[in-house]
Design a protein around this ligand. Structure first.
Ligand SMILES: Nc1nc2c(ncn2[C@@H]2O[C@H](COP(=O)(O)OP(=O)(O)OP(=O)(O)O)[C@@H](O)[C@H]2O)c(=O)[nH]1
Ligand SMILES: [Mg+2]
Length: 413
């Protein structure tokens, strides 16, 4: 049965991981201007923004999710985030909080690598100026790879012997080894497909093992870069450098600290601001808005600066986009389950599309049913228009993403 997707937030100390987590949740993770503020992994619920199915049918008014919210057809779906302790070069050998960090990582399905593009923290997260963050991208991937590779090589002799003795397939042998990273046979098979002309496992040399681990990482830990601290004056040149060096890696520009501040000002009723947009309205902009409070000179100046340095220049604080990008690399599709396939209502009342889960594109309808309801016998599955849907059919955006399951009564199981 699939688990809830989990997105890990990784990076060196003081890159802004906890701030990024806070900007996406109300978790209130501890934030500090010194390395290793976070020692235990913080899990928190973030919200992924998607266009809700209600907007396809003009039912925005009646949409009331059981979890998360839907505002005028824009749905905020809960998704688990994990803020892990900072990683430093040499972590796979236990430097810093290395091994602990890496163990937390096992559960993650995708990674957001928070990179400090201001150049004001070195590889260990200590204050400096003019540090080149391009380095961080390289060594962080390398640390993760060496950690996995080290675990594999420690046992390589016996792995090969067992593989030969049991006449196992390469997928089965590797899955036994990679099971601890909450991997599965499908994932291992996808990773191996990335390698052309895969030799027999008995003849793999060190270089081949490295190649296999790299392929495994691409499937197990698809990564997006959050180029953070774009509000800093030195950020621009570092951003262009990174994008030129890694044209194929998904990168989103972020200012996590700005998003945290904006959400705080919204709570204090100083501004109107919708997460992920470029618009802020103050009392000056909306004098008729009874709820808004006027700001003092200092705060007004701060908001003006945010508009100039972040929102107008970059279009948003980026944090909402970075979560969307992570969901994209994971190929997550929102699937809505309803009781009544014609009205999209739930068990009672007139509200629609109450339940929604995030599942990987291409999963079977049957596995979606098991994910939601556990081990039950399904009597019938219907899609939009009351069409019968087969258990083996797969889900995608706009395809089998609105479903109604009828479960067989207990006696018939
Ligand atoms: N200028 C600027 N500073 C930021 C931004 N995001 C975070 N910071 C600052 O960077 C410092 C470190 O932030 P944290 O979120 O604690 O960093 P971390 O990666 O969780 O650090 P560890 O838990 O020590 O690994 C704090 O002083 C933050 O205020 C940003 O977008 N812009
Ligand atoms: Mg932290």
């Amino acid at each position: 049965m699939p688990r809830d997707p989990l997105i890990g937030i990784v990076g060196k100390p003081s890159s802004g991981k906890s701030t990024t987590l806070n900007s996406l949740t109300d978790a209130g993770a501890k934030v500090g201007a010194f390395p290793f503020t976070t020692i235990d992994a913080n899990k928190a619920t973030g919200y992924l923004q998607v266009d809700c199915a209600c907007s396809r049918y003009g039912k925005e008014e009646f949409c009331k999710p059981n979890y998360g919210v839907c505002k005028k057809g824009k749905r905020f779906i809960p998704i688990m985030l994990l803020d892990v302790a900072g990683l430093v070069p040499g972590a796979h050998e236990g430097r810093g909080l290395g091994n602990k960090f890496l163990d937390d990582l096992r559960q993650a399905d995708a990674l957001i690598h928070v990179v400090d593009v201001s150049g004001t923290t070195d590889a260990e997260g200590k204050n400096t100026r003019g540090y080149d963050p391009v380095n961080d991208i390289e060594w962080l991937q390398d640390e993760i790879r060496q950690w996995i590779e080290g675990n594999l090589k420690k046992r390589w002799g016996s792995i090969v012997r067992r593989h030969t003795a049991t006449k196992s397939s390469i997928v089965d042998t590797l899955q036994t080894q990679f099971g601890g990273y909450s991997s599965n046979a499908n994932l291992v098979a996808r990773a191996l497909k990335r390698i052309s002309k895969l030799p027999a496992l008995e003849s793999w040399d060190d270089a081949m093992i490295t190649e296999v681990v790299k392929a495994f990482m691409e499937e197990k830990f698809p990564t997006v870069l959050a180029l953070n601290k774009i509000d800093h004056p030195d950020a621009d040149k570092n951003i262009s450098k990174i994008i030129l060096r890694y044209p194929h890696t998904k990168a989103v520009l972020t200012s996590a600290i700005t998003e945290v501040l904006l959400r705080k000002l919204v709570k204090q009723k100083f501004i109107r601001y919708e997460e992920g947009t470029e618009f802020i309205d103050t009392k000056e902009d909306l004098p008729a808005d009874e709820e808004l409070r006027p700001m003092d000179e200092r705060l007004l100046e701060k908001v003006e600066k945010i508009r100039d340095l972040v929102l107008y220049r970059f279009g948003s604080t980026g944090v909402v986009e970075v979560l969307k990008a992570a969901a994209e690399v994971l190929e997550l599709v929102p699937v809505y389950t309803v009781r009544n396939i014609h009205t999209f209502a739930g068990a009672s009342g007139s509200s629609v599309f109450r339940d929604c889960v995030l599942v990987r594109r291409g999963r079977t309808v049957e596995s979606v049913a098991r994910y939601i309801m556990g081990d039950v016998t399904i009597a019938a599955i219907e899609g939009v228009g009351g069409m019968k849907v087969s258990e083996q059919d797969t889900v995608d955006v706009g395809r089998n993403d609105i479903l109604s399951f009828r479960v067989a009564p207990a006696g018939q199981r």
